[in-house]
Design a protein around this ligand. Structure first.
Ligand SMILES: [Mg+2]
Length: 267
């Protein structure tokens, strides 16, 4: 992973068309104690809004959050939103849910009920219903308790996991229980590129920015023909991303600079 440099900035600034794929938590907002607290700062929202309105620029937010949640949090019209790592997508003239996720809805309901019951005496655990998946957040739990909390989770979902009705994925202080589909952020980004970008629009440069394990699929999918950026303060961590930024604040400095350069280039 390299630092963002002038050469990359020039490439982005001079691309005929740009397609931004942006993660939300940890990328557009700092990581916070409870997911409900992750709010997009107003001045950052304005940067996103202005960037999305620039000529020859498209933007998609791809998040692990549920679609309604992420739409509400970002609140910018005219862009694409992909929730549940791309299982739900909504944009101009398109809205849909991945078929395998639809079938999963009733299992999620059952699971939410079970997990809320199992963690009833653990206020440090937050069970989040994302309609097509479940997140179990444990950021507020002390380190020594995590193994035990995971044991509880496995006790409740073990059966589903062993007969492949569900898969368990790990993120930053969160366990996610999802439908067993190969669909992920990377495939979502590629699908959107193929679907939204018409054949006439050649030379689209995709730019993928994310911070978590699930974004690695996005980096892998985009890096061959695009720019991939991981937001992290640990530069030694292995990643598929080509470039690094240190914080969500740096992401906005970068996006602002892109906007300025493209305005100067009149692109
Ligand atoms: Mg993230």
């Amino acid at each position: 992973m390299e630092k963002m440099n002038k050469k990359v900035m020039e490439k982005i600034a001079s691309a005929a068309r740009l397609f931004f794929f942006l993660d939300y938590d940890g990328t557009l907002t700092p990581i916070v104690a409870r997911p409900a607290m992750a709010k997009l700062a107003l001045h950052h929202k304005l940067i996103l809004l202005n960037l999305s309105k620039q000529k020859n620029t498209r933007m998609a937010i791809i998040s692990g959050r549920g679609l309604e949640d992420i739409k509400h949090r970002v609140g910018i019209p005219g862009i694409i939103y992909a929730g549940n790592h791309g299982l739900e997508i909504e944009g101009i003239r398109m809205k849909g849910v991945h078929p395998s996720a639809l079938a999963f809805k009733s299992i999620v309901k059952k699971l939410i009920h079970r997990l809320e019951h199992a963690y009833a005496f653990f206020p440090e655990v937050l069970v989040e219903d994302k309609t097509y998946s479940v997140s179990v957040h444990y950021r507020q739990a002390p380190e020594e308790k995590i193994d035990f909390l995971k044991m509880i989770l496995l006790r409740e979902v073990g059966d589903f996991l062993s007969n492949s009705q569900l898969v368990l994925a790990e993120g930053k202080k969160v366990w996610e229980i999802r439908p067993p589909t190969e669909w992920h952020k990377g495939r979502t980004a590629l699908w959107l590129l193929g679907r939204v970008v018409s054949k006439a629009e050649k030379n689209v440069l995709p730019v993928y920015i994310g911070d978590d394990i699930t974004d690695e699929d996005g980096f892998k999918a985009i890096k061959k023909n695009g720019i991939t950026i991981r937001v992290t303060d640990k530069t030694s961590e292995p990643t598929e991303a080509q470039y690094g930024l240190h914080s969500s604040d740096e992401v906005f400095v970068f996006l602002k600079e892109v906007m300025k350069l493209r305005r100067e280039n009149a692109l």
